[in-house]
Design a protein around this ligand. Sequence first.
Ligand SMILES: NC(=O)c1ccc[n+]([C@@H]2O[C@H](COP(=O)([O-])OP(=O)(O)OC[C@H]3O[C@@H](n4cnc5c(N)ncnc54)[C@H](O)[C@@H]3O)[C@@H](O)[C@H]2O)c1
Length: 374
Amino acid sequence: MRDIGIGLIGTGFMGKAHALAFRAARAVLGDVPAARLELLCDMPAERAKQMAGQFGFARATDDWRALVCDPAVDIVSITTPNRMHCEMALAAIEAGKHVYCEKPMGLTLDEARIMAEAARKAGVRTMVGYNYIKNPAFEHARKLIADNAIGTPVHFRGFVDEDYQADPEIAWTWRARIEDAGLGALGDLGCHLVSMAYGLMGPVESLIADMQTIHKTRPLSNGSGRGTVENEDVASALVRFAGGAQGVLSTSRSAWGRKNRLGFEVHGTTGMIVFEQERMNELQLYRNEGPAEEQGFRTILTGPAHGAYGAFCPAPGHQLGFNDLKVLEAGTFLREIVGGARIGPDFAEALEFEKVIHAIALSAREGRRVTVRE
Ligand SMILES: NC(=O)c1ccc[n+]([C@@H]2O[C@H](COP(=O)([O-])OP(=O)(O)OC[C@H]3O[C@@H](n4cnc5c(N)ncnc54)[C@H](O)[C@@H]3O)[C@@H](O)[C@H]2O)c1
């Protein structure tokens, strides 16, 4: 199997996660091509060089345009702030590269549409960083639903809450400006929840929503006053899935005490499945069976019986972590590039997730039900 040259742009939170994932994917999963850490880009050049040494990349640059055209690069990984995703992805696609882009794809739905269309036309492979749906626990929830373990799913309750913007005195950053970040809590957090709802319940047909900016200004870090927060801290939607089920999606970046409370309940006609990311190795399953006095939720702790868990560790209950989800995502993409089955989510599928968050924002702004999927 030939090795695949990686060009990574960005060395922050997600840059490190991608670097670790590409380093580990073959060692963990075995049946994927080796990733060659070819070229790392960040600014300034000194940081790129330092992080290339730390991550194990052969070369470093401060010029992302040179990276996307580099002949030794096969995959361009984009882990920069949201406003750069579209331009970088389009340049990489034009250079004939496969693209692994962090979420959300673009600042606007138009950008996401343009990216998906460019990738389709060029015939390159793409992957978007919706890592939570790679969790073996999540895949098991999908299997339980497919195996009719809870009957017909009739209702989805999803939430994704963090508290990184709960304190009104936290400094203003680019995340508060529409031109740089696009949506607020919806683009940062809500899109992950939508990727899970989509995987379990199918596409959303229509929704009606509300949203709010709780802290309307924040102190500027240079001490020159306060900057305006232009996007939402909180959003909630009532959704109708194309399959007929109903759901509730809610997200907040100002929820004190919640660190990564991404989770859902799927209510079925004969039972329920519950998941929370802060306990990402567990599912709760309730089935309407057995004597009434013995009924209750049971905890399923993931282990080698669940999907790719066993590739990391032969012992149940020892638990996977966030970075392992990135290993599964990178491994999926490496396999796809050498002709493996398309698993995604690619740009076309991620566009469907992003249609939902933009529909939530539109519905909230205009105070009306919005159709997502005709
Ligand atoms: N999948 C997930 O779970 C997840 C989690 C967090 C963030 N994200 C997404 O990842 C993206 C990055 O977020 P982050 O938290 O890693 O941000 P970050 O600020 O930690 O890192 C951004 C990196 O991009 C670099 N950068 C900025 N401009 C550049 C340029 N012109 N050329 C080269 N490098 C440049 C920065 O120097 C930095 O290294 C965002 O789109 C975010 O939504 C995804």
